[in-house]
Design a protein around this ligand. Structure first.
Ligand code: HEM
Length: 133
């Protein structure tokens, strides 16, 4: 199986768990009080829907120029002229995602983790570059 299939199957298993996204945000917002304060006025139902859509776009950044351009736009909105997110916050965000997958994917193993990491590498690199000040 290629890494995109491994990722895709894992993502499908995670989404069968209705707590997947809430668990991710719980974990992420616990990391830093400033993160939590940034989300106090955000509609979290809506946010979780947007993140689900953006996860797929980030993943597609590895192979599609159009997806890379969209991720760049996400990055700009988060960077110094937007929300002021730092590159290290993006790393933390991704590690929280990996930890949540560990919790929600019943077939999680090292190759599943590697597939997520490889599929997201390009997209995360773009997000971090846009968040550099
Ligand atoms: C690769 C990582 C990330 C992705 C793909 C991502 C994606 C998104 C998307 C698609 C939106 C909604 C559309 C928009 O308004 O731009 C959004 C909103 C937001 N993101 Fe992120 N994000 C990431 C990391 C982070 C991090 C590390 C933080 C740190 C706190 C953060 C904080 C926010 C906030 C506060 C909003 C809501 C803005 C508002 O509606 O007022 N994001 N994110």
């Amino acid at each position: 199986m290629d890494i995109h299939e491994v990722f895709n199957d894992s993502y499908t298993r995670c989404n069968r768990n209705p707590h997947f996204m809430p668990l991710f945000y719980e974990r992420f917002l616990e990391k830093d009080e400033t993160f939590r304060s940034m989300f106090t006025h955000v509609d979290m139902e809506n946010q979780m829907k947007m993140i689900k859509a953006s996860l797929l776009i980030i993943m597609l950044a590895a192979t599609s120029e159009q997806a890379r351009a969209t991720v760049k736009k996400f990055g700009k909105r988060h960077g110094p002229d937007g929300l002021g997110i730092k590159p290290l916050d993006i790393d933390l965000w991704f590690e929280c995602l990996i930890d949540t997958i560990k919790e929600c994917d019943p077939a999680y193993n090292q190759s599943v983790e590697q597939a997520w990491r490889q599929c997201f590498n390009e997209g995360i690199t773009i997000m971090k570059a846009e968040c550099k000040s």
